[in-house]
Design a protein around this ligand. Structure first.
Ligand SMILES: Cc1ncc(COP(=O)(O)O)c(C=O)c1O
Ligand SMILES: [Zn+2]
Length: 422
């Protein structure tokens, strides 16, 4: 694979179009619009093809020219190329014939899609000469920044709401980071981090170098298209927090179309949120193109962002693609987690429960049709949010270590098999 060749021209304001150098900046100094990375697509066309990509190792760097790094990846060399599964059983329950799951619950190394954005961001931070990275996180980002900064040998400061799930906290501390729990919700954390970012020379992956960070998510979309045999689905359902992932999946499909790797994109993008924090899906339902911030109150903590940084663009993506937005209650989220586990053997976290439950709802509404090729985005692992389902899975049958003891219970268990699998 090529090294030290960049296909990045620079940055551009998404609102006024003003150009900027490739620097660790994220907002336009004229209109405060967010900046995005501009690629040299003509140059990329000359070097990248479906054939070239297919011959490369199975990780996210097989799309390297479409990522905003100038050198070889510094961390997370095995991130990405996660399983893409034909979900017959779940499809049968939901009444969708052609259902697939993109399964980032087993992404390397920290079991969520965040490893894609963080591997990109930390590589970029090291390229920019930073020795310290930081982030504001709802949990998964914290795990990933802690792990990949350890691998990259850079210091890290991680800011989270103090009341996150135990596994997300422990799964951050273990890497030897500086973890700061804030007494407040994610939006409080984010606000404080913007102030800290102005006072410390750190690369805040999802603030100061956000344009580079976000593009790591494009690989989730590239992989869906490649794993489908170089085509895009009719529908993709995506869990939404800050609204970065949803916009980047759309960008990925559009780039592949422009590069001629796939035919015309005709995909509907659906946003999935928890009813206890649904600023994006509520705006979509009400036909607004702006966000009304909310105070989060849901078990889906990983996507509990009341004032999403890219919310406006999330709404825009959904509208442009002809999709829709739906949200589900905490009870429906738990049912969604259990349904995926009991049909496909995949244990997802609360965000995945949201996506499954929203897909069910959209199908019942007729917005997703029986014969349409539909992809459910599973972005995180259930072992990290066990609290959410702990009271809804029953408990083991305890017996004495004797055959008789088992036999006594067996008949009862056999007749109650369904209950056992509750
Ligand atoms: C598991 C999971 N899925 C989805 C998302 C949503 O990502 P975004 O903030 O890009 O909308 C997050 C964000 O933290 C997450 O942790
Ligand atoms: Zn601007």
């Amino acid at each position: 694979m090529r090294t030290d060749i960049s296909y990045v021209h620079g940055l551009k304001c998404r609102e006024c179009g003003r150009s900027y150098q490739k620097e660790p900046i994220h907002v336009c100094e004229y209109c405060f619009g967010p900046l995005e990375v501009v690629y040299n697509y003509d140059g990329i066309k000359n070097i990248l093809s479906r054939d070239v990509i297919e011959k490369r190792p199975c990780n996210m760097w097989r799309y390297r020219e479409l990522l905003p790094i100038d050198t070889d990846p510094k961390v997370g060399k095995d991130v990405g190329f996660t399983p893409f599964i034909r979900a017959h059983n779940l499809g049968e329950v939901l009444g969708i014939e052609n259902l697939y799951i993109k399964n980032d619950s087993v992404n390397h190394p920290t079991l969520s899609f965040k490893d894609r954005v963080v591997a990109t961001a930390i590589t970029k931070a090291i390229e920019f000469g930073y020795d310290t990275v930081a982030c504001a996180s709802t949990g998964n980002l914290a795990n990933s920044v802690a792990a990949l900064s350890a691998e990259g040998g850079v210091k890290s400061y991680i800011f989270i709401p103090a009341d996150l799930e135990n596994s997300k906290i422990l799964g951050t501390l273990i890497y030897g980071t500086n973890l700061i729990g804030i007494k407040g919700n994610y939006d409080d954390v984010n606000r404080l981090c913007s102030e800290i970012a102005a006072n410390y020379h750190w690369a805040f992956v999802n603030i100061t170098i956000r344009p580079y960070y976000g593009d790591g998510s494009k690989t989730f979309g590239y992989e869906i298209a490649e794993q489908l045999g170089w085509k895009v689905p009719d529908n993709v359902v995506v869990p939404v927090a800050g609204s970065s992932l949803i916009t980047k999946i759309w960008k990925a499909f559009k780039e592949f179309e422009m590069l001629g790797f796939i035919d015309r994109v005709n995909t509907k993008i659906f946003a999935a949120q928890a009813s206890g924090c649904s600023p994006v899906t509520t705006a979509i339902k009400e036909g607004r193109n702006f966000i009304k911030p909310v105070k989060p109150n849901t078990i889906a903590k990983s996507i509990a962002i009341g004032n999403p940084a890219d919310g406006y663009y999330g709404i825009k993506t959904v509208k442009e693609s002809g999709g829709y937005g739906e949200d589900v209650t905490d009870e429906e989220i738990v049912e969604g987690i259990k349904l995926l586990a009991q049909t496909e053997g995949i244990f997802t976290e609360t965000a995945g429960g949201v996506t499954v439950a929203v897909t069910k709802k959209l199908t019942e509404q007729g917005r997703i049709k029986k014969n349409e090729l539909t992809v459910i985005s599973i972005t995180g692992n259930g072992l990290k949010t066990q609290e959410a389902v702990a009271k809804s899975v029953g408990s083991p049958v305890i017996i004495e270590p004797r055959l008789k003891s088992f036999q006594e219970r067996f008949e009862e268990l056999d007749s109650e098999d369904v209950k056992l699998r509750r």
